[in-house]
Design a binder for this molecule. Structure first.
Ligand code: NAD
Length: 460
């Protein structure tokens, strides 16, 4: 563990290192990204074992949602970095002529990256990749809830990076609190809205800009014209991946009353088809991160409303994939982000009921999923519901596309990243107008007598 003096010293050294401008060049950034890629490959088996240990993740999920995701992000970033770094030419208005205008992408400086427990590898390295690509330094703090993953991440970072450039700070809340007292140029936080507001409050003291990637209750709407089999396959996939501990998982389903019974029957069958009669023996189904979260999630289950699942085992941190029907906003399961393998299903008759339900919940959803074959229905729901991002006829996939900006809206998050948007998030867009000196437009200088008519003609 690091004490306050050591933390102050690390942040001071990072500011010095950043001010040396070493991190700014393309060559430096690309070398560090390549080094990181080799490091991730080298640590693949350790990460896989750690993810199994902390979260019971299968090899497939560990690769597709964590290790492979990060490698793919690195490949994409390395491939496009030169293009992303190019200054962007911008038009110059007549009154400033002769001149040229451009936007330069300059690094923000020293960043604090705080990651959550649910995708420890992906949600630590994806922001780090963007930070490196944009020419920054970074201090990393991961979650204490996944100690094995945190230990392996620390080993990798300590092995390949100079701490004046990228430093790992082990510890729990006290260490994060000490970090938050320091002056950073940007804080990138992924986690709960509760801690997000602690981070934002601490950042406000130094006027440090923040990116907050938060959570919330993400609705999934299944309209009467949806292809039910497709909807069922994709909702079960999105909900029960990582035992429901996914920020963009469909939190609850609102299904049109005309197809409710068929939907519920099919969802029940689908869970049994892919995880078997007893999901605790499926190699593909994960575990809850710790006992505290296990008890919290179990308390959200109303056994009288369960149509499939409902079993749990504290010693194994197991909760069966569970579906509850006849749920209303008064049920416990609708009072907080579930972040576990429970799928509450509510029914609706018209769109106002959907909008009313969403409006009664505390936050704007981070994600929203709409299953319908009708372009009109899709358009109406997309435009009337305020949410960060989402999919039509799928779940989670908008997160996976590196070309789509990812983030929340309002209280589900501040700022977007992924691919170029991540590079941009960790960059300052520095505007430069380069004026020519071979001509001097006297029109804009006093004395103004007789000039206003011309100005009026130009500026209208
Ligand atoms: P959390 O907010 O409890 O913890 C996140 C980080 O903050 C951890 O590193 C933790 O050590 C630290 N932390 C916890 N308490 C703190 C405090 N009092 N002061 C300072 N730091 C503190 O979140 P979690 O339980 O790890 O993750 C689940 C939450 O994260 C869910 O709400 C989920 O929706 C959200 N999430 C969002 C995204 C996204 O990309 N938008 C991704 C994953 C998870």
């Amino acid at each position: 563990m690091k004490n306050e003096q050591e933390i102050i010293e690390i942040v001071r050294k990072q500011h010095m290192f950043f001010n040396s401008s070493i991190t700014h060049t393309y060559d430096f950034r690309i070398n560090e990204l390549k080094k990181l890629k080799e490091g991730i490959k080298k640590f693949e088996s350790q990460f896989r074992a750690a993810l199994k240990d902390d979260l019971g993740k299968s090899e497939f999920e560990s690769y597709i949602t964590e290790i492979g995701f990060v490698l793919h992000d690195l490949t994409n970033t390395i491939k496009h970095l030169k293009k992303w770094m190019k200054p962007k030419r911008i038009k110059t208005p007549l009154l400033s002529q002769p001149a040229s205008s451009q936007v330069l992408f300059t690094p923000l400086g020293v960043n604090l990256i705080i990651s959550p427990f649910n995708y420890p590898i992906e949600l630590t390295f994806a922001p780090l990749i963007a930070a490196i690509a944009a020419g920054n330094t970074a201090v990393i703090k991961t979650s204490e809830l996944t100690p094995t993953c945190s230990m392996e991440i620390q080993k990798l970072i300590d092995e390949i990076f100079d701490p004046a450039y990228v430093a790992y700070i082990p510890g729990k809340v006290p260490e994060t609190t000490l970090l938050l007292k320091q002056k950073f140029d940007h804080i990138f936080f992924t986690g709960s809205p509760r801690v997000g507001s602690i981070v934002m409050e601490a950042a406000a003291k130094h006027l440090t800009p923040v990116t907050l990637e938060l959570g919330g209750k993400s609705p999934c709407i299944v309209h009467s014209d949806a292809k039910i089999d497709i909807a069922v396959n994709r909702i079960v996939y999105g909900k029960f991946m990582n035992a429901g501990q996914t920020c963009v998982a469909p939190d609850y389903v609102m299904v049109h009353q005309s197809i409710k019974e068929e939907f519920l029957e099919k969802i029940k069958q689908r869970i049994i088809t892919i995880y078997g009669d007893d999901a605790s023996s499926s190699p593909d189904f994960g575990r809850i991160v710790n006992e505290r979260h296990h008890s919290r999630i179990v308390n959200l289950i109303d056994q009288d409303k369960v149509i499939v699942g409902g079993q749990f085992n504290k010693a194994d941190r197991y909760i069966a994939p569970t579906v509850m029907k006849g749920v209303t906003l008064d049920d416990n399961v609708m009072t907080e982000e579930i972040f576990g393998p429970i799928l509450p299903v509510m029914e609706y008759g018209n769109f106002d009921e959907i909008l009313d339900t969403i409006a009664k919940l505390p936050q704007h959803p981070l994600a929203c999923y709409i299953f319908s074959e009708s372009k009109t229905v899709q358009h109406e729901l997309i435009s009337r519901i305020q949410f960060g991002g989402g999919c039509v006829n799928h779940c989670i996939q908008h997160f996976v596309n590196p070309n789509l900006p990812f983030g929340g809206v309002g209280d589900s998050g501040i700022g977007i990243y992924h691919g170029f948007n991540g590079f941009e998030r960790f960059s300052h867009k520095k505007s430069i107008l380069k004026a020519a000196s071979w001509f001097d437009l006297s029109l804009i200088y006093p004395p103004y007598k007789g000039k206003i008519k011309v100005i009026r003609r130009i500026m209208k």
